[in-house]
Design a protein around this ligand. Sequence first.
Ligand SMILES: Cc1cc2nc3c(=O)[nH]c(=O)nc-3n(C[C@H](O)[C@H](O)[C@H](O)COP(=O)(O)OP(=O)(O)OC[C@H]3O[C@@H](n4cnc5c(N)ncnc54)[C@H](O)[C@@H]3O)c2cc1C
Length: 437
Amino acid sequence: MRYVLVGGSAAAVSALEAIRSVDKSGRIDLFSDENVPLFSRVLLPYYVAEELSKPLLNFRSADFFEENNITAHIGVRVQKIDPDSKTVTADDGNTYEYDKLLLATGGNAIIPKIPGVDKDGISTLKTMQDAERIYNFDGERAVVIGAGSIGVESCISLMRRGFRVTLLEQLGHVLPTVFDDEAAGIIRGVIEQMGIEVITGERAIEFTGNGRVQSVVTSTGEIECDNVILAVGVRPALELAEPAGIEIGMMGGITTDSGMLTSCQDIYAAGDVCETFDIARNQSFINAIWPMAVEQGHIAGLNMAGQDKQYAGSVRMNSIGNFIGIPAMSMGVTRSDECSYVDEECHFQEVKKRTKNTYKKIILKNGCIVGAIFIGVGQTQRCGIISILLRRQIEVSDYIQTLISNNLSFMDILPLLRRYGDKFTEPEYKELMDTGL
Ligand SMILES: Cc1cc2nc3c(=O)[nH]c(=O)nc-3n(C[C@H](O)[C@H](O)[C@H](O)COP(=O)(O)OP(=O)(O)OC[C@H]3O[C@@H](n4cnc5c(N)ncnc54)[C@H](O)[C@@H]3O)c2cc1C
């Protein structure tokens, strides 16, 4: 069997390990167009902040490929795939045959079409090359455009390096896809207390400067700066999938079935490049986070190696606590209107608990959890329980006051888990009982 994996990050490495757990001898060619292999993108903000050196970013050892008998083509880009001849062509000038192909090409950072966006001193933060560029930023003032997770982490990283930072977000609140406005209000306060200027509801419309950026012109003013980080989102990297005629879904990612197979025979996809069934939203969605890429890569790899595994679906989860200094995490949807309606009988309920510095919210659809937000000291400790209940869509109506309380313990929900034991596989149930989450 010949396997080709395109991408060398979370999804591809997880797939590779899954393949090797089944097939010890098949030939595996892995391609990554980044020159540095096996680094964790999640840790790039720490590198930018000068808090982690490059070797500490690695999530596998240097001899990983050799140990797993992988032919790794590092710094080599696959230019084309041909599903008819079952080949891929790379920019090293060679063509490689496959029996099973994985597209784990991730996402490309979006570069907004703003006049002056190509000036020196402006960068996205996606690749190691981007991180090195930002690491070498010099100056005193920086603007970060986009207040999603990467934007917030970027501005705190630069602030820790001594920059005076402005965070600019065109929507009404920070972290708009990750928290609701109430949670975002608390987080904004924390960020501002760090000395970061936060501007919401305002758009960047031009970058000025003669060669090098000198200011960001916004819809109402101008912010002088030496550097800019663009953090306005990522878009699935479809340069291979689209020309090959592979089906793209409504959200702009590669469509996959529950076995991570694309619309093309023997071509699988996993990670940020693809759409999967989102359990909370009840629709196909891109949940571009590391743990989901790992899960999807695992299922894809097992199926590529001949097994028959189904992916139960993905759930968005984000935690920003390490950066802002107080626990803050969310999962699933942040508001009930983000869910697609199954029918008119759908009943939504939002249960909230708020103190000055803490906030907890659980969103239910027909008695099952579809989203949750936890902010503040002591609030995130038992969120593993909430995550299990969400992922298994367990009916929790009778338990909602227990779940929202501050002293939720595993014993409190034990009867519930026992009642719905059939929603878990035997090993999962055993692990749950052994670990107590
Ligand atoms: C700064 C930053 C911080 C993040 N923080 C978090 C976090 O805290 N928690 C979290 O869960 N997630 C976080 N994420 C998201 C997480 O990193 C991604 O979800 C995860 O990396 C997705 O893995 P992937 O394997 O699907 O794709 P990627 O990690 O994007 O890897 C795809 C790889 O494929 C390569 N490639 C693409 N096309 C080709 C080609 N044609 N030929 C060869 N190689 C190709 C790309 O260059 C890239 O190296 C963060 C992302 C960034 C950028």
